[in-house]
Design a protein around this ligand. Sequence first.
Ligand code: ADP
Ligand code: MG
Length: 579
Amino acid sequence: MGTAEPHVASSAATQLTDGFQLVIDALKLNGIDILFALPGIPITDLTRRAQAEGLRVLSFRHEQNAGYAASIAGFLTQKPGICLTVSAPGFLNGMNALAHATTNCFPMILISGSSEREIVDLQQGDYEELDQLAIAKPLAKAAYRVLHAEDIGIGIARAIRAACSGRPGGVYLDLPAKLFAQAIDAEAGKRTLIKVVDPAPKQIPAPEAVKRALDLLRSAKKPLIILGKGAAYAQADAEIKNLIEKTGIPYLPMSMAKGLLPDTHEQCASAARSFVLPAADVVMLIGARLNWLLSHGKGKTWGGKSAKDWGGQRFIQIDISPQEADSNVRIDAPVVGDIGSCVSAMLASLGGWQKPPADWLNAISEKKKANVAKMAETLAKNPTPMNFHSALAVVRDLIKANPDAILVNEGANALDFTRSIVDMYKPRKRIDVGTWGIMGVGMGYCVAAAVVTKQPVIAVEGDSAFGFSGMEVETLCRYNLPVCIVVMNNNGVYKGTDQDPTGRDPAPTVFVKGARYDKIIEAFGGVGVNATTPAELRKAMEEALRSKKPTLINAVIDETAGTESGRITSLNPSAAKKK
Ligand code: ADP
Ligand code: MG
């Protein structure tokens, strides 16, 4: 600015900023460079102006998919994924994903525009009236509303801290329509912005907790380590590998921890899972919760005599949340802190470590050998029609040849079979249905994974699962993302053979027979392929990876091939009854 006529110049040049601009500036200041959005009143201009200012604005067809994209971007990058929606219905659609982020411990911020407070609070019937903040609270790790432009910087800073620090989670930020147009002095506005320093501070474990854990681990005759997606999230890959290899303890990766060490690692006990869980005497959990996915740490899976019976294992649990221990069974040695710091502290105190007893390691390796041989036999078959196994043998080879590709996976049988058949070789390459075991994450995950990792993406989708987010193939085509979707089409949910006993309608679990999902992507300029044999599937997947073009392969699977509820039959009263 000129100095010749300071007084006149400054008053004439008083620059104003507004709510829109301050939101954009606050996000940019904190290194946020992508918005997963669905424009509409009152945030349309926010998406336009954000794009004009250089942020990447990825526009979706349904807020739930934008939300899932944001949630997994958070998991992959440790930066909160931002989802931007309109009020009431858009907000509610986004809430599903925000609850998912909270449940899965992914950092995410759902920013929704909202209607006029005075009218909402008096319930006078505004356009898209809804008390969004109140609704978000029980499902989010934190929820905030900003009423004044001067508070936008604080609002965004608090949201970032809440999403990333400690146990990560979903945060809701309510921005009423009126806020965006509020104009304030630009210089003063700038001073209100906050660049968050150290959003996820290290949490160093207490030395006595580390010692207690190591003493217990050292006493074990049959030790086992379980790696969860918290361990994958922590990006402490080298330390974790080091701890596992230095101790020589066999480990089991949970689904999204697969590849943290290659699934082909000699200490990986995945192929002997049902042997090691009941047999282990000391189990160390690293970023994994003893929830339903681990049968709550008790019951027959763990060698207990009945469903609620403790199998006698003693547990060490490394977790950032001090409240996690004792949630399902007694934890003898909780180690509270971030995984990087906890694992480093353990490594530093290992001393001269004796590998676990040879009889334990040999027993595991024998079980593995037998199960791997059995699986190889199944995979080598080439039945007509193609089944899950013969199709997934192809995916398995392609991931092996392309270990940097991200594997998105959802469905029932399509999920269970893929998880056990397709080996992963690198950390954070497998993203799936997560803690709730939900359907619908597929295409949102594909968009986010392709954009934030810049790697090719392969999605293995049940035909039912694909339906939840299928319209986003338009999004994949619009942004020309290197995503290859394989729809495992067995004509229905679980399988395609159910009948309506009255003969009136198709059974509730059955879809249009012989549907051609590949045609959907062709409508938007993507590549569609119908594959009825493993050879056709292989050719189409190889071509997709080579061309990097958005591709959807309709993999025709034997409609009798699935099982009810995949591997969670025990949770489905109708399947349990049929047994
Ligand atoms: P999985 O489903 O793979 O078993 P969970 O989602 O059940 O994994 O568990 C993840 C755990 O990891 C949660 O208890 C969470 O508190 C913890 N966690 C997440 N991030 C970190 C971190 N950086 N350091 C320590 N623990 C973490
Ligand atoms: Mg199906």
